[in-house]
Design a protein around this ligand. Structure first.
Ligand SMILES: [Zn+2]
Length: 118
């Protein structure tokens, strides 16, 4: 069971990395931080430049959410190593298997997750 989860997390990690690599560069300091590459201007019209800035902004927000998910995925893999995987970081109860099935990188049980959101 844990082996499958580990595999799933590793696949997710590779997938996230390859998505990020398409438009961002990994920043080695701090580790796990990514920077969106600014699209190159080719001396086009001003509107074109504005479009690229807009595109850059949306890429940057996508980059942030991918980066966060990648970070959580790495942390979940770390917890597997430390045998603390599947335990809620807040109340220390076991996170339900159904939840881990959907969100393998989950840090909190459903209850705590609802609480942190509100
Ligand atoms: Zn909890």
């Amino acid at each position: 069971m844990l082996e499958n989860t580990k595999k799933k997390l590793e696949e997710q990690k590779e997938e996230l990395r390859s998505m990020l690599e398409r438009f961002a560069e990994e920043d080695k300091r701090p580790e796990g931080d990514w920077d969106t590459k600014f699209p190159k201007f080719d001396g086009g019209a001003l509107e074109e430049a504005a479009d690229e800035v807009e595109e850059f902004d949306s890429l940057r927000s996508i980059e942030h959410s991918l980066e966060l998910k990648l970070k959580k995925t790495n942390e979940a893999l770390d917890r597997i190593k430390k045998s603390t995987y599947g335990r809620c970081l807040r109340c220390e109860k076991d996170i339900s298997e159904e939840r881990l099935e959907v969100v393998p990188e989950a840090e909190y049980c459903q209850d705590c997750n609802n609480k942190t959101k509100s």
